[in-house]
Design a protein around this ligand. Structure first.
Ligand code: GUN
Ligand code: ZN
Length: 478
């Protein structure tokens, strides 16, 4: 079978891809709005206008309602919902985690999803909550694994199968489970049981869980973040390698009078102005009905996905993540993922521009990658590193080599002045974070090449960094 997932653009761990399903392709990253088969606030056939290409609904709700069940079995889920694009179905696992038990076996609900013509079906995985003991997470994960194996034998040839990754907040279990599931060659890999992390704003823990799952997964498979629907975290999740989102957030937040934006949430009643130009907000009246609020929430969610896709095309996804991660819990998450720079360095494609958007930019993978690039330089002997070449021209002949210095990257030879990132970066005057990174890379170069270095610096260079540098280089104030 040809690959059902084709990747066309990449940036950080994010990608634009195409997932082929029986009812047509889904361009990723994609948000699948949750529609309730009983009472949808926004009808399935209306979802397209907001940008939805595919939907997700709950097969268990259909299954346990006689009328819906019969209609779905005779006419199919697409006819029942009145939507002819791709429909993913969930299994009732979430009901299991909320109510403690459900009245159907996994095998039965998978066969039911197959029989009603679902495009992507899901077995009954066990959504083990965060922070439970390792033994429980392992025990439940083994049940999930068994159900996925069983589902592979009864999902049919048409329906794609989602294989949820569990393991609670045990990162080693997440990674191992992902690695095992990769060998089964399912079609979609959802990361499960993360809703409690998102509800309590534990974005740092969420990021660690996503990174652990991705570390174990084959990179050519689409990853779904179960239950993620707040647009402020889409950029972060996409950068970490999530391709699909599903959420009832647009409706749940609307019910609570909450107005979503890509940078956070507002209580509608606090808004004298609506900071958005979607058709609902453009009308001007800040007193929105629940239905209008749900529509706005959908508009901004889909607009954010377009912003993210364009950022991927432009090679600017990391910049976008930095801009979005300003809410404290998200900033914490950004700092968490920066510590895993090394894994990003290895995969990030070549870039053509670097915009320094905040002190966090000094810790971007490109900065660490530049340090590796410096290692390729052939350097020996006496080296002058200068922050102001005009002032050091007279002394250059005393050295074997002269390097320039640009924060946050560090030292570079004139030949690299026009290349990425030195030549293609927009950086404000050096700040504490950027000089720190630059000096770190300089020290790394001096140490690895065993250089006899002199650093000629102007007064924009931070004292603290100079103190650190002084054990590796002669300091020369300009
Ligand atoms: N929806 C939100 N979280 C989960 C999960 O862990 N498993 C399934 N099947 N659905 C979910
Ligand atoms: Zn709006």
């Amino acid at each position: 079978m040809p690959d059902r997932f084709e990747i066309t653009h990449k940036d950080v761990f994010g990608r634009i891809g195409k997932l082929t399903t029986p009812h047509g392709p889904i361009e990723t990253p994609a948000l699948l709005p949750v529609v309730n088969p009983n009472a949808a606030l926004v009808a399935p056939d209306e979802m397209r206008q907001f940008g939805a290409v595919a939907l997700i609904t709950n097969a268990y709700i259909v299954y346990r309602n006689t009328r819906l069940k019969e209609a779905a079995l005779s006419g199919g889920i697409h006819q029942l919902l009145g939507f002819d694009g791709p429909i993913m179905t969930d299994s009732g696992s979430f009901q299991l985690s909320t109510y403690g038990s459900i009245e159907v076996r996994s095998e039965e609900i998978v066969a039911f999803q197959r029989d009603i013509g679902s495009d992507i079906g899901t077995p009954i995985d066990i959504p083990t909550p965060p922070d439970v003991p390792f033994e429980r997470a392992l025990r439940e994960l083994n049940v999930t694994l068994e159900r996925i194996r069983e589902a592979m034998t009864c999902c049919g040839a048409e329906m794609l199968l989602a294989a949820p990754i569990q393991g609670s907040t045990h990162l080693d279990l997440r990674e191992q489970h992902a690695r095992l599931l990769s060998t089964l060659d399912a079609d979609v890999y959802p990361i499960g049981a993360v809703v409690p992390l998102m509800e309590s704003y534990r974005y740092s823990d969420l990021s660690n869980v996503i990174m652990a799952c991705k570390a174990g997964l084959a990179l050519n498979k689409p990853v779904h973040l179960f239950g993620a629907g707040h647009p402020m975290m889409f950029a972060l999740a996409v950068a970490l390698g999530c391709d699909l989102f599903d959420s009832a957030a647009y409706a749940l937040y609307a019910r609570a009078g909450r107005y979503l934006t890509a940078s956070g949430t507002h209580q509608l009643s606090d808004l004298a102005y609506l900071p958005c130009s979607c058709p609902v907000c453009a009308a001007g009246d800040p007193k929105l009905t629940e239905r209008e609020l749900a529509e706005h929430n959908l508009w901004v969610s889909f607009a954010e996905l377009k912003t993210i896709k364009q950022a991927i095309v432009d090679g600017q996804l990391w910049e976008l993540v930095e801009r979005r991660c300003r809410y404290p819990a998200l900033l914490q998450a950004l700092r968490t993922i920066q510590k895993s720079c090394a894994s990003f360095e290895a995969i990030e494609p070549l870039k053509c521009s670097f915009l320094y958007t905040s002190t966090e930019s000094a810790e971007r993978p490109d900065v660490a990658r530049f340090s590796k690039k410096l290692n390729n330089l052939e350097l020996t002997g006496r080296v002058l590193i200068t922050t102001n070449r005009k002032k050091t021209r007279d002394m250059e002949q005393e050295f074997d080599t002269t390097l320039l210095m640009k924060a946050p990257f560090g030292p570079y030879p004139q030949e690299l002045a026009e290349t990425y990132p030195i030549g293609q970066s927009e950086v404000p005057a050096p700040d504490h974070a950027s000089t720190k990174s630059a000096v770190r890379n300089l020290i790394e170069l001096i140490r690895s090449k065993n250089l006899e270095a002199t650093f000629a610096y102007d007064d924009r260079w931070n004292r603290e960094d100079l103190v650190e540098l002084s054990s590796y280089a002669t300091l020369l104030p300009l």
